[in-house]
Design a protein around this ligand. Structure first.
Ligand code: AP5
Ligand code: MG
Length: 213
């Protein structure tokens, strides 16, 4: 099963993708997580990506596509995957489509997590992220057992550099102009499913599972 998570920054793509990955035993692939891991490890890719990410801008398609196609060609992806944060532009979606087509394959579901901008801004300031395993917490809604420490891998939790209020607003603007058109793109391909992202995360997950089962 090949799934794409769509939705604005902070809609809950990462949170739901992790849960889907665990339930359906398919890898969770987040381009944002890949970039953050590279920034943390001081790689050349990380240095390049950080220039854009810190401003709330998209990393250029060419770079992002290369990384994604490389990742999905790994052996753990043969049974499918859940993509979180990719594609984010029409050209990215077209490249992915084309690559899958060549394999006689296609995306099964594009799940759009629908949520208003106002809800997002308040959610982001409370988010805490683990840069080691990609787990996400929230100071009010998903509290780790030990404050500031990831339940899953024991690493320190941080406030992401791009979660400052002004960067979040920029990311939302970029989302509306460059990423939102993907909703129509996947609607036309008849694989789009929308869920209400303002509900409690367990309810959002239930809605997604009903669509997938
Ligand atoms: P990325 O890491 O993908 O960030 P994003 O899309 O902005 O999305 P977020 O990770 O911020 O939000 P999310 O939807 O995953 O929400 P989460 O589950 O954490 O990308 C970062 C940057 O990398 C981009 O800006 C760009 O520069 C670059 N990049 C990445 N991919 C790229 C690409 N393909 N092309 C070009 N550039 C790319 O949830 C948010 C918070 O809310 C959490 O604290 C969570 O605990 C909480 N929460 C979740 N669900 C609920 C709920 N139902 N109720 C209450 N709280 C909830
Ligand atoms: Mg995320």
């Amino acid at each position: 099963m090949k799934i794409i998570m769509l939705g604005a920054p902070g809609a809950g793509k990462g949170t739901q993708a992790k849960m889907i990955s665990e339930k359906y035993h398919i890898p969770h692939i987040s381009t944002g997580d890949i970039f953050r891991a590279n920034i943390k490890n001081g790689t050349e890719l990380g240095t390049e990506a950080k220039k854009y990410m810190d401003q709330g801008l998209l990393v250029p398609d060419e770079l992002t596509v290369r990384i994604l196609l490389d990742r999905v060609s790994n052996e753990d992806c043969t049974e499918g995957y859940v993509l979180d944060g990719f594609p984010r532009t029409i050209p990215q979606a077209e490249v992915l489509d084309h690559a899958l087509e060549e394999l006689g394959d296609k995306i099964d579901y594009a799940i759009n997590i629908d949520i208003a901008d106002e809800v997002i801004v308040s959610r982001m300031s409370g988010r805490r992220a683990c840069l080691t395993c990609g787990a996400t917490y929230h100071t009010e809604y998903i509290i780790p057992v030990k404050e500031g420490i990831c339940d899953k891998c024991g690493s320190e939790l941080i406030l992401r550099d791009d979660d400052k209020a002004e960067t979040v607003l920029k990311r939302l603007q970029v989302y509306h102009t460059q990423t939102q058109p993907l909703i129509d793109f996947y609607e036309n391909k008849k694989v789009l499913k929308s869920v209400d992202g303002t509900k409690k995360l367990e309810m959002v997950f239930e809605e997604i599972c009903t669509l997938l089962d």
